[in-house]
Structure formats: structure tokens, C-alpha cells
Design a binder for this molecule. Sequence first.
Ligand SMILES: Cc1cc2nc3c(=O)[nH]c(=O)nc-3n(C[C@H](O)[C@H](O)[C@H](O)COP(=O)(O)OP(=O)(O)OC[C@H]3O[C@@H](n4cnc5c(N)ncnc54)[C@H](O)[C@@H]3O)c2cc1C
Length: 503
Amino acid sequence: MLEAQPEPGGAVRSAGYLGPGFVADVCSAFYPLAAASPAIASLALEDHGLRWAHAPAVLAHPLPDGGCALLSRDVTETCSALERLGRGDGAAWERLWQLWGRLGPALVDALFTPFPPLRAGTRMLARAGPAGVPAFARFAALPVRRLMEEEFSGPGGLLLAGCTMHTDLAPESAGGALYAWILAMLGQQYGWPVPEGGAGRLAQAMVGRLRSLGGEVRCSTPAEEVLVRHGRATGVRAVSGETFRARRAVIADVAAPLLYGGLVGWEHLPARLRDDIRRFQWDYATVKVDWALSGRVPWSAPTAGRAGTVHLSAGIDEMTMYCAQLATGQVPAEPFVLMGQMTTADASRSPLGTESLWGYTHVPRSVRGDAGGRGLSGAWDGAELELMADRVEQQVERFAPGFRSLVSRRHVLGPHQLQEHNANAVGGAVSGGTAAAHQQLFLRPVPGLGRPRTPVAALYLASASAHPGGGVHGACGANAARAALRAQGPVRRWLRRAAAAPA
Ligand SMILES: Cc1cc2nc3c(=O)[nH]c(=O)nc-3n(C[C@H](O)[C@H](O)[C@H](O)COP(=O)(O)OP(=O)(O)OC[C@H]3O[C@@H](n4cnc5c(N)ncnc54)[C@H](O)[C@@H]3O)c2cc1C
């Protein structure tokens, strides 16, 4: 495995930049998708040191009036918390949970296997039944704002709306409710766990497994070109000039626009792909902030202090404004903030009584103005990043007055730094491309290439630009690896297994 950076992990790494005793997750932090993914489960990473940790509660959405929507792994507790915010809302959650009980497991299987998911899809259809299929199709197409209106009388549905904000979909986007429901119900079923000791421990466990099987990771070795001969990938040339021959296949964990026309020259690719890649849509840019706090966050709604993840936005209209500002190239005035109370989730992240706090928000990929009135231009130099971090802190202060007085250290990463840290995070994108319907399933990353195969034989796309997209679930890589193994044919596969079997 060739890794461009000095250490492996990509968007799954930890660092010590918050000072002694504090662990910060540089990019991703919470792993509901990994917890549910058959691809990750099949790796038995616990045998390589991975331990999951859970906060007392999964997710909180504090409200401006001091109330709080809470997701707990105990469904009765979630329902009670929501019922307190709106009559009938506990029952609404229970209905969504029952729907998950019927269709969730098959849906997860369908999501995490190559497209089209024939077996899991058939199971899902059978579970839904003839009347259930059109009803679920409608549910799957709902915008999250509409789901809230239909199911909830109080603000408890914000738990779901905040989950939609993990994608680049707006509260009014079709399909947004489905993402929200999946993330929330995974939280209900598995929690949103974190690796004990930091996100990097997940990557370390994967590297440990690879090494135990004889694999090698070459760090600080950026790949520059996939070598192609007679339409087939034969190896990789690193920036250093060193070449690596691939006997079986090249698996590319790079964003689609970096592979097509980048690592693989256009001369090896169909002309149509060039046009498709021109239309490839990235997801939003990102500004990430980490804080070392001398105490726990002083939430007005104390319940929020129990949750690993906290969503910050005063309501669904504020989320719509945030998304509208992103869509129109304005740096949002009141950013939606996705926060992680990392020490609350895993006590090893900072000294007793303190908090290692993680958060990010999105900014437009191309800035045309600043809705916050501070003249942010999108240069995202040091001064602009500090101003944006101040804006994020203002948002935290609305829900936790006095928060700022606890900050002993702050570390900010903008779109440029995220991309320097990981070439796949082009312009600060987190998901390898938009989650919108026009770039999903068989349309991901471009129409017709829903599978990890590429137009070059023995070259497979394994990054989040492939189906099923962003998030840490291992499915893109697993799909690519399986496709490569299948391409060897049964005889070679059998010989390989026989050679690997213990004597
Ligand atoms: C700020 C942030 C927060 C996030 N939060 C979460 C979260 O909490 N939970 C979650 O599930 N997901 C989260 N995500 C999304 C998730 O991390 C990504 O979708 C996922 O890591 C993508 O996996 P990947 O394998 O496609 O690539 P990456 O994780 O991006 O890894 C790609 C690797 O390839 C290397 N590479 C790239 N180009 C080359 C080259 N030419 N030569 C050699 N090596 C190369 C990179 O250095 C990197 O190590 C977050 C992402 C970001 C950026």
C-alpha cells in the first residue's frame, strides 16, 4: 500500500496538537457506519487492538429555550426525551424505530454491497411487502423538513434534521430524510462509537491486520501514475520515480477526479468519461476546529453534556438559511456545527475533568460573499480561519454561555490544510463528492460506473467517490477488493486460498 502522507489513515487519524494529554481527531471522529458495516466486522479489528468506546448518550440537539432533543441507545429514554418536547413525539420515534426493525438490517446490507444489491434488495422487498414498497419509496424520497412536519409536533425531529446536515443536502432536499433516518437509527441500534485512544487507533488496527497478512505500507510515497499497458493496469509509479508492479490489480483509494485524468491519463480512458468527470460534483468545503477545554462544556441544557455528538443550530429554519447561504456562495452567518465531546465519549482523550472538543462546519467551495458581515473572502488564510473559528465559537456560546472562558487551546484547519493533510479532501470536501441523488448508486461517481470497476482492466476505484459514498464503513474498499479477487477466476482464487491456508 502506497500512502502519500508520513502516516497512514487518511481521514481517520489522531494528533497531539491540542497539547500534552489531549488527543484530537484530525478529521473523522464518530463511527456509526463502521459499527454497522459487515465490511469492517469481517476484519476482526478487535484482534488488532481496536476497542470501541461510547458516551453515556449518543447525540444531543440543544434548543435555544434550554430544552434538548436526546438520542440514547436506550430507545425508551430517547422516546421519553422526545415526548417531553412534543406530545406524541415519543410514539413518532417508536414508529421510525419499528420501521428500522423491519427494514434496517436488509437496507444496511443493500447499502454496503456492490450495486445493484440483488440479494439484500430482494430481502428488503420481501420484508416491506406489497403495500410497504410504495410507502417506503415515498419515505425514502422525503426531505427531512417534511418528515419532521409529518411525524413530530415539537422540535424533537431536529435530531433527524441535524443528521441530514452530515451530508451536503438541505432540509428541503429529496432523500435527506433517508440519510437522517439511517444515521439516527444506527445510533439507536449501535450508538455512534469512537475508538478508544483516538480515531487513529482504527487506522492502526487496519494496518496491523494488513501487516499480519504480509502486507506492507509505504508511507511518504505519493503515487503519481497508474501504469497502463494495452488497456490494463500493470502497476504504479510513485512521485519518486520508483515503480511498483501489480501482478493482480491496482486498487485506487483516491477521489474519482484525481484518478481519471490524473493518475490515469485521458489517453487510456473513453472520451465520454472526460465529460462525465467535468460534471462531477464535490461536496461542501469544511472548516474544522478542535479545542482543549479546562472543563466540560457548560450547556444551558445539561442533558447535552451526556452526549458524544452534539448538533448546534437554533432550528430547522436556521439550517435552511445555512444551506441556502452555502448554495449561494455566502459564508454562513450562523453556521451549523457538528461537535464531538471526545472525552465524554472516551475518557482517555484528555485529563480528568477536561474535554477534548472536536467540531466542524461547512463553507462554500467558491466564496462570493460573507453573510456574517466580516468580509471573509474564501482565501482561508490564518486570519480568515481564526475569524471563522470565532464564528463557530459564537454559535457554541449561544447554547453554552461561558464556553469561551474554558478554552485553553484552539486548533483550526481550513480547506487548504485538510487537502494538504489528505489529497482526497479536495477543497476541504469530506465525502468524496455530493450525496445528492444525481451522484448516487449507479450514478456514482459518474453515470454507469456504479461498480468499482473502471474502464481500465485490473484497476478498481476504492474511495468514497465510489458507491456507497462518504463515511467510514469500509464498503468502497471491500467492494473494490472483492471485484479484483473475483476477476481472477475460481481456479486462481482457489489456489490462492490453498496457499494461504494453515498447514
Ligand atoms: C473533517 C472530516 C470529518 C469527518 N467526520 C466523519 C465522521 O465523524 N464519521 C465518518 O464516518 N466519516 C467522517 N468523515 C468522512 C470520512 O472520513 C471519509 O468519507 C472517509 O475517510 C473516506 O475514505 P477514503 O478511503 O475514500 O479516503 P481517505 O480517508 O480520504 O483516505 C485516502 C488516503 O489515500 C491517500 N492518498 C490520496 N492520494 C494519494 C496518492 N496519489 N498516493 C498515495 N496516497 C494517496 C491519502 O493520503 C489518504 O491516506 C469526515 C471527513 C472529514 C474530512
